[in-house]
Write a protein that binds this ligand. Sequence first.
Ligand SMILES: [Fe+2]
Ligand SMILES: [Fe+2]
Length: 250
Amino acid sequence: MTTRLFHISDVHFGVEDRAAMAVVERAVEDERPDAVICTGDLTQRAKHREYREAAEWFAALGVPVLLEPGNHDMPYYNPWERFSDPFRRFRRLQERVGGTLHSDDVVFVSLLTTVSAQLRFPWSDGVIKSAALEQTVEQLSRLKNEPRTVIVTAHHPLLGPETGEKNPTIGGDEAFIAIASAGADAVISGHVHIPFDEVRESGGQSMRLIGTGTLSTRLRNGAPPSYRVITCERGGRISTELREIAEVAR
Ligand SMILES: [Fe+2]
Ligand SMILES: [Fe+2]
């Protein structure tokens, strides 16, 4: 048996790319994946209107939807809410359209990498607080003897693009080691708007890191909009197919 997922990220409602999203809509309709996973930056400025549009779009897909919050998903123009309850709007979206995936092949564990404020600039970069990491590792420890493949979902990549360079995600190196040691098979993420799929090593551990591009108009380094098909079997077997959305298709 296999479980097929569409991994999308960084749709950024408000500056979304409707033509690229239409390609995903058609593929969901034709191929009926077991779930669509979006690893954060659902909105551009966390406005109510952007969240409403996100809710409509995700609900219309008609398959289970798993969501992670990104740094753009906390209120931008309402500092009181940003600091008192940064994920309120995200939670409401999750209640409306978020689902769970019951699969014999794969199980997902979330890792929060987004904070409402930090002692550096830019605030957009990831921070993995020890409490967030502990929660993820605790869930992973309960899955230790699982035959199912275990995938951690996060918004920010745990490591920078190159080994040896400064990691923009604070706490990312420690998280990589802890999560790999706890038996996760892969981490999937977004944020950088550039896709990658590689086995990385750090602290004597190795683990697969998979990132997917954006479905917004915020393109970076010439990378086109993209999404990824992830096929999982038991025992940590994961195969992926990156689908870049060429301009001609949009
Ligand atoms: Fe983003
Ligand atoms: Fe982001």
